[in-house]
Design a protein around this ligand. Structure first.
Ligand code: CUA
Length: 299
């Protein structure tokens, strides 16, 4: 996206420069052309000039509409996550970025990604508002407590890039920096293989699922998790929601918020019992339960 964002930016600079020069030029020209020539010099009264007023209304309107549609198009393009994107979990906390890859690999203040592969960052904060900013990629996204935000990009050039927190988040905000390392796909595989990975999120989620006895209800008095992820869920109030990450997170921490049609609100809240990472693990496990495919098979 970087070159496209730059094009828009340079267009804005050129537009601003053009009007700045035009206005300053006219100020100088008018102050000479219409200067006061004698003590009794009075200008002729000016009546309304409709043509002039329409011109300076319609032209700026058209220019701003060009800027609006151009930037809206870019914004929509940036928000779109390509199919087959590599999902990576990000948790912001005072004052570090905690990152976990799908195979369990963890890193802090570093993000290793393979070249050419679309990446989807699923991000949340466990304390205050942070902002995930990679200037070289021209992308920035607020990371909020109590909610997921998504940032997507496709790295096009190998190398190391700055990673910043771009939201003042406390007295060590300026130290909340890191780097993004874009590697050739084979180097990335070697990097993944060269470290002893932690437990993959889906497996950690399965362990939590058993540990908290979730299967005692889910599939019986409670709705089944099988094939739930990204499916359409009918609610008791007649509406339908998509079972995305946001919905699943809410249903774990605030189960009464959206009751599935035909079920009663029996589930206790797990707020305060699970860390944001554990919630992400549970969601990864639920995501792995697609049409009776077990975690082992889907890996
Ligand atoms: Cu986190 Cu600033």
């Amino acid at each position: 996206m970087a070159s496209q964002v730059d094009s828009l930016y340079f267009f804005l600079i050129a537009l601003t420069a053009f009007f700045a020069l035009l206005i300053f030029g006219l100020i100088v020209y008018f102050s000479i052309r219409y200067r006061r020539r004698g003590p009794g010099d009075r200008p002729a009264p000016v009546a309304t000039n409709l043509k002039l007023e329409l011109t300076w209304t319609i032209i700026p309107f058209l220019i701003t509409m060009v800027l609006f549609s151009w930037s809206a198009k870019l914004f929509i393009q940036m928000s779109h996550v390509p199919a087959g994107a590599l999902r990576i979990n990000v948790v912001g906390k005072q004052w570090m970025w905690k990152i976990q890859h799908t195979d369990g690999q963890r890193e802090i203040n570093e993000l290793h990604v393979p070249l050419g592969r679309p990446i989807e960052l699923m991000m949340t904060s466990q304390d205050v508002i942070h902002s995930f900013f990679i200037p070289a990629f021209r992308i920035k996204q607020d990371v909020l407590p109590g909610s997921y935000s998504v940032l997507s990009f496709t790295p096009t050039k190998a190398g190391e890039y700055h990673l910043f927190c771009a939201e003042y988040c406390g007295n060590q905000h300026s130290g909340m920096i890191g780097k993004v390392v874009v590697m050739e796909p084979n180097e990335y595989q070697a990097w993944l293989g060269g470290n002893v990975p932690d437990e993959p999120p889906a497996l950690a989620g399965e362990r939590l699922f058993n540990q908290y006895g979730c299967m005692a209800c889910h599939g019986q008095q409670g709705p089944t998790m099988d094939g739930l992820y990204e499916s359409q869920v009918p609610l008791h109030d007649g509406t339908v929601v998509t079972a995305d990450d946001q919905y699943l997170r809410e249903s774990i921490l605030d189960p009464a918020a959206k009751i599935v049609r035909g079920f009663t609100p029996l589930m206790p809240s797990f707020r305060g019992q699970l860390t944001e990472e554990q919630v992400m693990h549970l969601i990864a496990y639920i995501k792995s339960m697609q049409n009776t495919t077990s975690v082992e098979e889907s890996r």
